[in-house]
Each structure stands twice: as structure tokens, then as C-alpha cells.
Design a protein around this ligand. Structure first.
Ligand SMILES: *[C@@H]1O[C@H](CO)[C@@H](O)[C@H](O)[C@H]1NC(C)=O
Ligand SMILES: *[C@@H]1O[C@H](CO)[C@@H](O)[C@H](O)[C@H]1NC(C)=O
Ligand SMILES: *[C@@H]1O[C@H](CO)[C@@H](O)[C@H](O)[C@H]1NC(C)=O
Ligand SMILES: *[C@@H]1O[C@H](CO)[C@@H](O)[C@H](O)[C@H]1NC(C)=O
Ligand SMILES: *[C@@H]1O[C@H](CO)[C@@H](O)[C@H](O)[C@H]1NC(C)=O
Ligand SMILES: *[C@@H]1O[C@H](CO)[C@@H](O)[C@H](O)[C@H]1NC(C)=O
Ligand SMILES: *[C@@H]1O[C@H](CO)[C@@H](O)[C@H](O)[C@H]1NC(C)=O
Length: 637
């Protein structure tokens, strides 16, 4: 009898008395139901992989204080499984701690679990080791791809199951794949496979969803029965029309914009993107007036530390900063956009009272003298401790199982070339940039989609070296299977070069182990060829509140990579821009000893001719030209 009335209550929809945590879709009222009550979310994107763990709480608190109900975070598979079967869930990779922290702060979580996330992240989050099967069709029913996905998800999904809302955690919805309708395969069996896999590991209750651009063709290939369809669109879009597209495949249930763009991404060589706050406010208001749920992408963009940036095609890699012109800056600073968005949210719901965590102070530590250590060629034994791999024709990064960073390709000149002679890549096969030297003397640069040939000279038997840099794998579209290194033969004077020696370089380990501190005795080299420099930053312990965050500037330097105390801060390229300074979070700095700065300058340093310094300043410069760029939303991400 007692049981009967409980069932009856349920049938009557009187869910208020039920103590269980539930999060469901109400197809009658076209909304979510959280613990039985109608609910819509206002959310913001934060990628735990782009914000140091040290700052997770600060950024989440700022998001909470803006009035957000939820944060949306993405899981980059390649960040956690860098080698097949070797997983990292600790330190900055500790997603469970991040999710629990959000829960403690009172933020719900929307989780883009992958396997593909896009996000201007290297290869859209897919691990590059998938490419060791050359013919693999990513994001499809290719059995090797599915096997790798199954293995990963059987490790990852059980970790988050206890963190689902139903189980006491913060996760209300889980996204499967991303913008699949913008990809060429349109493989419904693949989406069905993922749905089954997610259900198997997460159970039947959690809401699984997809996201696609707000155009009919996208939604057609991106949606299947059983995965809730959502759309994404930016400011200036006709909101009514965009949600009509969602309704095409999702006739009932809550309206959801999963990516409402608060700013836009940058590419090296293009102006810094800035999107006016008024445009954000206008469209955000329209979305909320529709009663829709919305996620602001990004609420804080953060940083592509190390080698984690992605790229678009035709090949355009993204810079280290992922500031995105978001309401919280790359360094977590409160902006006018933040306060304007908070005012909009205030009109629709009660927002938390109390102080907002303040913008963190920044410190200009000033100029640091740098000193040449040695060239890459001089450091080869340190950088390539397992030695080289030989082959007749060049091998790709994937073939020699080095997936990021740099590989040195070496051969000898077959004849005398006294006059400038053309060294060319066949079929645009340099991925992505090759710094060419003959007997250690710089000759020029080959670059994907830009420079297919240079002239070199030298004598028979002279050593020809190409330091090849991966500048980040394509993260969006058809050319996701982005192999690196020399993909095709090189010719010199029309003849194919053969007998290659490839040195995989583990620069990060050498830096961490302090192996790049002893200066070379050889003075043969030249400031124009890939070279390591070192410097040290002394932070006096007497000054209270130091260390603080800072930004590093490279006056007179060209392009390279920088580490501080072994932490790989990312790529600098002031010669191309728009980014001029790199963000240096305080947690990598110390007052108890000298801070070690290592710079790998790939092209030209100022050290032979001018001041050999880097400079720590207290303001970021993300726009070389300072011209503001009005982004037109011509394509979805
Ligand atoms: C995991 O990543 C952290 C950085 O977040 C690093 O310190 C740690 O060494 C890595 N662990 C393993 C086992 O690779
Ligand atoms: C927006 O789209 C709706 C539905 O397609 C249409 O009726 C309306 O005229 C559009 N508004 C504008 C300003 O174009
Ligand atoms: C340094 O490099 C430049 C440019 O390639 C070259 O002209 C010059 O001869 C080099 N100098 C030395 C000392 O190697
Ligand atoms: C290479 O040298 C040839 C002459 O030997 C010249 O015609 C050509 O313009 C040069 N190419 C480049 C890219 O400098
Ligand atoms: C390089 O050239 C050789 C000889 O023509 C050919 O067998 C080989 O397939 C070529 N390699 C690539 C990657 O194109
Ligand atoms: C490659 O090396 C082999 C063995 O040293 C030699 O016989 C051959 O001629 C070389 N090929 C080229 C194109 O240099
Ligand atoms: C900097 O390098 C020196 C020499 O290897 C080392 O003793 C010191 O601990 C390093 N400092 C930091 C902060 O890692």
C-alpha cells in the first residue's frame, strides 16, 4: 500500500518529496528537471588542461561569483594517454580533483568526454599515436580506432561515474563526440557505438548529448536517436533561426546553445581577435529570453602550454595564449566583459553575494641577461640519448614514435654545389617547419603551405641537417590525421636525397634534468641557427607577496620555445605575432633559489649584435599591431 502511493506520487509528477538527486529532460515543459524542479543552466567553459591546477579554485570561484550554474569542461584524451596504455591523472592532469572542486564550490559540470573535443587543442584531443596505423580513419567505425577508444573509455569513464549528479557528483550531462556533422565521415554506426559504450560505463540515467553547428547539414550528420541534440552559435546570430535548427532533430526538450562564443581564437600571423562586449550582451540576452540553456565558450580560455596548441587548415597553427578575449583573461583577470555578463545574468536569476576573488597582482621582474649555451647540433647527444634511426628515405615522426616537438633529419650532400641550388620538398611534405643548415651554417627555412624550396650551397659530403618542428596538429575538419616530420622526399637540384639519419629529440627531459646549462666550448656556431640560451631570474625573498604572476617578452628574438624551471611555457613567435608576451604563472617561480630560464631560439637571437635579454613585464601584449579585429562568424569551430 505504502509502495503504491509512492508510485502514484511519481506518476502524478509530484517529485518534490523524492530525496534522490535526479537530472532529467522534461519533454512537456521543454526544460531540464533538477531534483524534479524545472531548471535551465547558464554555464561557462574552462579547460582544466589550460589552467594550472594551482589556479583552478581561483578561476572556478570567479565563475561561481559571476552567477554561473555550471562549468563546461573538455577531456583531452591525448593529455591523459600520451603513450598507449600509459595514463596520467595526477597533478595538472587530475580531472577528478577538478570536478570535485567544482562540486565543493557549488558549480554543476557539463562534460565533453570525447573522444574528440576540437577546442583548438592538438589533434582535437585525439592521441597522435593513433596515426601509427597509417590508413586509420579517425572518428569512424575503423576497428583499430574503435579499439583504442574502447580501451581509453574503459579506463576513463569509470572514474567519472561516481561524479555524476545522480551519484552525488556535479556532472549533469555528458557530451559524446563534437560537431560530428562538420566531419566528412557521417558514420552513424560510430555514433551508435559511442552511445552504447557510454551507456555501458555510465548507466542509463545520465543525459548524453551532441553539439553541432546551427545549420541543418551539421545537425543531420551529427545527431542520432538517443543522444540529445544541442547547437552552437555566436553573437550576432539569429537566435530564433538557430534554435529552429536544434528543433529539427530535437522537437521537444530544452533549447541549448553549447558554445556561445564570448570572443574568438587567434592564429599566428593574423590579428588578435577581439569581440565587442555589447555584441555578447545583446545575443546572450536574446538566448536567455528564449528560456534556453547556454554555455559561454570560453569563460576563461587559459594557455596552450608546452606543445598543446592545435591548428586549422590551410595550415594555421594557434598561438600559445588561448586568451580568447574571454570574460576572464588568460591570467584569470576580471574584465569589463566579465562584469557586463554578470549584469545580464543578474536579470534572470539570483547571483551569489559576497566578494569576487580579485585579479591577481602581476610583477615586472625586468630584464634578464641571457647567455648562449649550445646549438641543437652541439647538444645532439644530450637531446637524443637513444641515438638515431637510419633509413633510405625520410621517416615521419609517427614512424619513429616521437609525436610532438622536434626531430633532427640528417644526410650528406651527394655532390659539390658551389652555386645556390634548390632544396625542395615534394608535394608540400614538410610538417611543419624545417630549419636547414649545411655544416652547421644556417641556409633557410622550409614551411608547410608557405615555403616549398630554398637555395643552399656546400661541398660533397657536407652535413645537411633539417631540424623539423611540429607546430601543432590540425584540430578541426577533414585533415585531422595530421602526420608530422618529412612526409615526402626532399630533392636537391631535382635529385631525391637518400640515406637519412633521424634523431628523435627529447628536449623537455634534457631541460628538466638540467643538461642544458653547460656552455659549449666550440665557438664555430652562429646566432642564426637553432640554439639554446640560458638565464636566471632572481626573486628577492625579502619582498612580501613575491613571487607573483608575470609575462615574458622577447625583444629582438624571433621564434622558439621557452622553459622556466623545467616547465614548458610554450612557443614564442613575436616576429610573426600577434602574441608578443607569454603568461608565466607564479607557481612555477621560486624565491628560494635562482629560477632557470631556457630558451630554444630556432631562427635568430639578438645576442651577437644587440642586447641579449628577455624581459619580464606586468602586462600581456597579445596584439602586436594593436588593431582590433572584428571576427565574422563565417565558420563554426
Ligand atoms: C603526470 O603529469 C604531471 C604534470 O601534471 C607530471 O608532473 C607527472 O610526472 C606525470 N606523471 C606521469 C606518471 O607521467
Ligand atoms: C530570424 O529568424 C526567424 C526564423 O527563421 C525569422 O522569422 C526572422 O525574420 C529572422 N529575423 C531576422 C532579423 O532576420
Ligand atoms: C653566420 O650565418 C650567416 C647567415 O647564414 C653567414 O652568412 C655567416 O657566414 C655565418 N658566420 C659564421 C661565423 O659562421
Ligand atoms: C635559387 O637560385 C636560383 C639561381 O641559382 C635563382 O634563380 C632562384 O631565384 C633562387 N631561388 C630562391 C628561392 O632564392
Ligand atoms: C621517395 O622516393 C623513393 C624513390 O623514388 C620512393 O621509393 C619513395 O616511396 C619516396 N618516398 C616518399 C615518402 O614519397
Ligand atoms: C646510401 O648509402 C649506401 C651505403 O653507404 C650507398 O651505397 C648508397 O650509394 C647511398 N645512396 C645515396 C643515394 O647516397
Ligand atoms: C636551477 O638549476 C640549478 C642547476 O642545475 C639547480 O641547482 C636549481 O635547483 C635550479 N632551480 C630550480 C628552481 O629548479
Amino acid at each position: 500500500m505504502w509502495l503504491h502511493s509512492a508510485v502514484l506520487l511519481l506518476l502524478l509528477g509530484q517529485c518534490i518529496e523524492i530525496s534522490a538527486r535526479t537530472f532529467e529532460i522534461d519533454n512537456n515543459k521543454n526544460c531540464f528537471r533538477k531534483d524534479g524542479k524545472p531548471f535551465r543552466y547558464i554555464s561557462g567553459s574552462i579547460h582544466y588542461s589550460r589552467v594550472p591546477r594551482f589556479y583552478w579554485r581561483d578561476r572556478l570561484l570567479k565563475m561561481k561569483m559571476a552567477g554561473l550554474d555550471a562549468v563546461y569542461t573538455y577531456v583531452p584524451w591525448n593529455f591523459h594517454e600520451q603513450k598507449p596504455g600509459v595514463y596520467n591523472f595526477s597533478g595538472d592532469h587530475d580531472i577528478e580533483t577538478f570536478l570535485k572542486m567544482a562540486n565543493e564550490i557549488g558549480l554543476l559540470v557539463i562534460l565533453r568526454a570525447g573522444p574528440y573535443i576540437c577546442a583548438e587543442w592538438d589533434m582535437g584531443g585525439l592521441p597522435p599515436w593513433l596515426l601509427t596505423k597509417k590508413s586509420i580513419v579517425l572518428r569512424s567505425s575503423d576497428p583499430d580506432y574503435l579499439q583504442a577508444v574502447d580501451n581509453w573509455m574503459s579506463v576513463f569513464l569509470p572514474k567519472i561515474k561516481p561524479l555524476l549528479y545522480q551519484n552525488g557528483g556535479p556532472i549533469i550531462t555528458v557530451q559524446v563526440e563534437n560537431e560530428y556533422g562538420s566531419y566528412f565521415t557521417c558514420d552513424y554506426n560510430y555514433l551508435r557505438h559511442l552511445m552504447k559504450l557510454f551507456r555501458q560505463h555510465l548507466g542509463d540515467e545520465v543525459i548524453l548529448f551532441t553539439t553541432d553547428g546551427s545549420g541543418l547539414p551539421y545537425v543531420r550528420c551529427g545527431s542520432i536517436e538517443g543522444l540529445y541534440t544541442t547547437v552552437d552559435f555566436g553573437p550576432g546570430t539569429n537566435v530564433t533561426a538557430a534554435f529552429e535548427v536544434q528543433r529539427f532533430s530535437q522537437p521537444r526538450g530544452p533549447l541549448i546553445n553549447s558554445e556561445f562564443y564570448t570572443g574568438w581564437l587567434d592564429h599566428w600571423g593574423e590579428p588578435h581577435s577581439v569581440v565587442a562586449t555589447e555584441r555578447i550582451v545583446k545575443t546572450l540576452t536574446e538566448i536567455l529570453d528564449h528560456g534556453a540553456s547556454v554555455n559561454m565558450y570560453m569563460f576563461i580560455g587559459g594557455t596552450n602550454f608546452g606543445y598543446w596548441n592545435g591548428a586549422n587548415t590551410p595550415y594555421e597553427p594557434q598561438p600559445t595564449s588561448y586568451d580568447y578575449d574571454a570574460p576572464l583573461s588568460e591570467a584569470g583577470d576580471l574584465t569589463d566583459k566579465y562584469f557586463a555578463i554578470r549584469e545580464v545574468i543578474k536579470k534572470y536569476k539570483k547571483i551569489p553575494e559576497g566578494p569576487i576573488p580579485p585579479t591577481t597582482p602581476k610583477f615586472a621582474y625586468g630584464e634578464i641577461n641571457m647567455e648562449k649555451v649550445k646549438t641543437v647540433l652541439e647538444a645532439l647527444d644530450i637531446l637524443s640519448s637513444y641515438g638515431p634511426i637510419k633509413s633510405t628515405y625520410p621517416l615521419t615522426f609517427e614512424e619513429i614514435k616521437q609525436f610532438t616537438g622536434f626531430v633532427l633529419y640528417r644526410t650528406t650532400l651527394p655532390r659539390n654545389y658551389n652555386d645556390p641550388t634548390t632544396l625542395a620538398t615534394l608535394f608540400n611534405g614538410v610538417r611543419d617547419r624545417a630549419y636547414v643548415t649545411v655544416n652547421g651554417i644556417f641556409q633557410g627555412i622550409l614551411e608547410r603551405d608557405k615555403e616549398m624550396s630554398i637555395n643552399i650551397s656546400g661541398t660533397q659530403g657536407a652535413q645537411l641537417d633539417l631540424l623539423v618542428e611540429s607546430m601543432g596538429r590540425v584540430n578541426f575538419g577533414r585533415y585531422n590525421n595530421d602526420f608530422k616530420g618529412l612526409l615526402t622526399n626532399l630533392t636537391l637540384d631535382g635529385e631525391i636525397l637518400a640515406n637519412w639519419t633521424q634523431y628523435p629529440l627529447d628536449i623537455d627531459t634534457a631541460v628538466i634534468n638540467g643538461l642544458l646549462l653547460e656552455t659549449s666550448s666550440m665557438k664555430t656556431s652562429n646566432s642564426t641557427s637553432p640554439t639554446f640560451y640560458k638565464g636566471s631570474l632572481f626573486i628577492p625573498s625579502g619582498i612580501p607577496d613575491l613571487p607573483q604572476d608575470t609575462f615574458i617578452k622577447f625583444p629582438g628574438w624571433t621564434k622558439g620555445q621557452i622553459w622556466i624551471n623545467g616547465f614548458n611555457l610554450g612557443r614564442y613567435w613575436p616576429a610573426r605575432g600577434p602574441q608578443v608576451t607569454l603568461y608565466v604563472p607564479m607557481h612555477i617561480l621560486t624565491t628560494s633559489s635562482l629560477n632557470n630560464i631556457t630558451v630554444l631560439e630556432l631562427e635568430h637571437s639578438p645576442c651577437d649584435t644587440g642586447k641579449c635579454t628577455v624581459e619580464f613585464v606586468d602586462k600581456p601584449i597579445l596584439s602586436k599591431s594593436k588593431t582590433h579585429f572584428k571576427q565574422e562568424y563565417l565558420f563554426t569551430k
